[in-house]
Write a protein that binds this ligand. Structure first.
Ligand SMILES: C[S@@+](CC[C@H](N)C(=O)[O-])C[C@H]1O[C@@H](n2cnc3c(N)ncnc32)[C@H](O)[C@@H]1O
Length: 244
């Protein structure tokens, strides 16, 4: 079951307007350029923002996500017919021979279950051509980002055309080892509906991710900073070997 914020139609529809600054994706466009990608698999594509940016640049894109409501938002956007949208995850993909697989927006952290995580990395590997790259980001646990996820810091009211004012905020409900659980609350002024969305993220250590990537056959080429969030994220650039 997808988290409500991705899987409930009313919440999926306001995902982009509530988080309109996608400057985080610039670095991923540069990476696509850097590796000369002509065919990209966007894992956890959500509402399709990155997939559509790539398609606008003439890149062939497959976007996969388990949240149907988010895919419906993506399918309703201009240019969406240029992207192949797949409802599901990276564990059961058709043969793709992609040059690059991406996981933007901390998708890696949303894949909490260790087996699903392993199978996702394996599925991405199988979807890449030999020599193809995987890029993914995850928050550095040492920065304890969840300490800032509280009502005071997150509260906002956003006026969304066609929807009206939406009030929203986040609160952490549990921290257990690597797992952080939090709840977003949304209040729709138009009809007073209050919706909540519960999510759990896994905060993995850098070494743990490197070890898992290597175990799945990748070569870890680089671990970078996210330029828009300096010192807060690990951005892994891994490659399926030419002979793999
Ligand atoms: C924070 S959103 C990021 C969406 C998009 N990548 C972006 O940058 O806007 C996380 C996404 O991960 C997706 N997701 C959750 N579990 C997943 C899985 N096992 N495989 C692929 N995507 C998954 C969710 O449905 C959601 O769309």
């Amino acid at each position: 079951m997808a988290d409500e914020c991705f899987g409930l139609p009313r919440l999926a529809a306001v995902y982009d307007p509530l988080d309109p600054d996608r400057g985080d994706l610039d670095a991923y466009l540069r990476i696509a350029e850097e590796v000369g990608a002509r065919r990209v698999l966007d894992i956890g594509c959500g509402t399709g923002v990155f997939a559509l940016l790539l398609a606008d640049r003439g890149i062939e894109v497959v976007g996969v996500d388990p949240a149907e409501a988010s895919l419906d938002v993506a399918r309703g956007k201009p240019g969406s017919e240029r992207v192949r949208w797949i409802h599901g995850d990276a564990t059961a993909l058709p043969p793709l021979r992609a040059d690059l697989a991406t996981m933007t927006g901390n998708v890696a952290q949303a894949i909490v279950d260790p087996r699903t995580w392993r199978e996702t990395l394996r599925g991405a590997y199988a979807a890449l051509r030999p020599g193809g790259h995987l890029v993914l980001e995850t928050r550095d646990p040492a920065r304890r980002a969840w300490q800032e996820w509280n009502r005071e810091a997150s509260y906002g009211v956003t006026e969304i055309p066609g929807v009206g004012a939406v009030e929203n905020w986040v609160e952490v409900t549990d921290v257990s080892g690597q797992l952080v659980t939090f709840r977003w609350t949304y209040v729709f002024a138009a009809d007073g509906e209050v919706l909540t969305s519960d999510s759990t993220l896994r905060f993995r250590e850098r070494q743990e991710i490197e070890t898992e990537l290597i175990a799945q056959g990748y070569v870890v080429e680089d671990v970078r900073d996210a330029p828009d969030r300096p010192g807060r994220e690990f951005v892994f650039l891994a490659r399926r070997p030419e002979s793999g």
